[in-house]
Design a protein around this ligand. Structure first.
Ligand SMILES: *Cc1c(COP(=O)(O)O)cnc(C)c1O
Length: 382
């Protein structure tokens, strides 16, 4: 089945009891049993819920994998993956990482003896040098947030396999429409489904997707034993969002390409970070592992100050100043004070995240209106 068919049909059957075309929201906490231990496969809704089960089958299909396990948020999904490690184990993550992921690795799991290192994984030699006997997991984000670096997933997975280390790809920025890391050798894929999968900025949700039966069983155990589960209505909203994933991401990528080209020519803009540019250091890898170049664009200003950035951030009208990404509407954000405020300033500077860096999540509006909005905000700069 091709991607545009899977989003609508994979795992989705008319409801057996009524014929309802859309997956019902099973808003129940428990299920009647015929006799002790005799039931229809559903006992208690933390453990199993039919709306959630349908979403899990659908998500596994989108990432070309066997298993998907859903959680109440992207960070709850990450927490379950990190609980596969033991005290004394080490995780190596990309140095240009979502701020909340960095915070969880260092400040939550760090307290329970999980060691961590942050390495620019574009540099395979640096990665290989960092791997030691304690290393158990590599954590990849690509495109990275907010610098939009590209990491060669297949190459990193080859290094990981040589050292017997697991790889997990946070595929939130690309979505499975653009990139399927399991096909490239990754062991685990995770999503903040809050972003492109949901796609309408109306739900917080996360998922872990993988092939390995043993790891899937451990994650399924954690889903039930820890209990960070999504509610059935949230699962319904993600299922609904996924039906148009391919159309939304396609249009958002087209818009982003035009916006990146516009920004690159603007005299007030210093640098545009967008993997679609031939001059971007990760362009060839992006071309190889992604269907398009994504709908995130970052840029900084010639006058690299917080004041100048604030000026642009408070003058756009269609681009709304907000955290998050991947919805139908365009958002504008300031990583240094918003999404990445939890990363120390010197770590931010190391990855090139300047004070004037602005991140756009390009939506699916008419691109002419988006261009006009950015032009008027930039033209007002002194
Ligand atoms: C938002 C985000 C997360 C966290 O997901 P939540 O659903 O907000 O918990 C993790 N990784 C990336 C890349 C994100 O953008």
């Amino acid at each position: 089945m091709k991607f545009g068919t899977k989003v609508i049909h994979a795992g989705i059957e008319p409801d057996a009891s009524t014929g309802a075309i859309m997956t019902p929201i099973f808003q129940t906490s428990t299920y009647a049993q015929e006799a002790p231990g005799i039931h229809k496969g559903y006992e208690y809704a933390r453990t199993q819920n039919p709306t959630r089960s349908v979403l899990e089958i659908n998500l596994a299909a989108l990432e070309n994998a066997q298993h998907a396990i859903c959680f109440s948020s992207g960070l709850a999904a990450m927490d379950a993956i990190l609980r596969l490690l033991n005290p004394g184990d080490e995780i190596i993550a990309t140095n240009d990482l979502y701020g909340g992921s960095y915070r969880q690795i260092v400040r939550v799991h760090g307290r329970y003896g999980i060691e961590s290192r942050f390495v620019p994984m574009q540099d395979l030699a640096a990665l290989e040098a960092a791997i030691g006997p304690k290393t158990k997991l590599l954590w990849i984000e690509t495109p990275t947030n907010p610098m939009l670096n590209i990491i060669d997933i297949a190459a990193v997975c080859t290094v990981a396999k040589k050292h017997g280390v697991l790889t997990c790809v946070d595929n939130t920025f690309a979505s499975p429409y653009l990139q399927t890391p399991i096909d490239l050798g990754a062991d685990i894929v995770t999503h903040s489904a809050t972003k492109y999968l949901g796609g309408h900025s109306d739900v917080v949700h996360g998922a872990v997707i993988l092939n390995d039966d043993g790891l899937a069983q451990q994650l399924r155990f954690l889903q039930n034993a820890v209990g960070a589960i999504p509610g059935p209505q949230d699962c319904f909203l993600i299922l609904r969002g996924i039906k148009t994933l391919h159309l939304r991401v396609e249009r958002a990528c087209q818009n982003a390409e035009k916006i990146a080209a516009f920004l690159q020519k603007h005299p007030k803009v210093r640098n545009v970070y967008y993997p679609g540019f031939v001059s971007h250091p990760g362009h060839d890898i992006a071309k190889k592992q992604m269907r398009h170049f994504g709908a995130m664009v970052s840029f900084d200003l010639h006058t690299d100050t917080l004041d100048y950035a604030t000026h642009v951030l408070s003058n756009t009208k269609l681009f709304t100043l907000a955290e998050s990404l991947g919805g139908v509407e365009s958002l504008i954000g300031h990583p240094a004070t918003m999404t990445h405020a939890s990363i120390p300033a010197e770590e931010r500077r190391k990855v090139g995240l300047s004070d004037s860096l602005i991140r756009l999540s390009v939506g699916i509006e008419d691109v002419d209106d988006l261009l006009e909005d950015l032009a008027q905000a930039l033209d007002r700069l002194p």
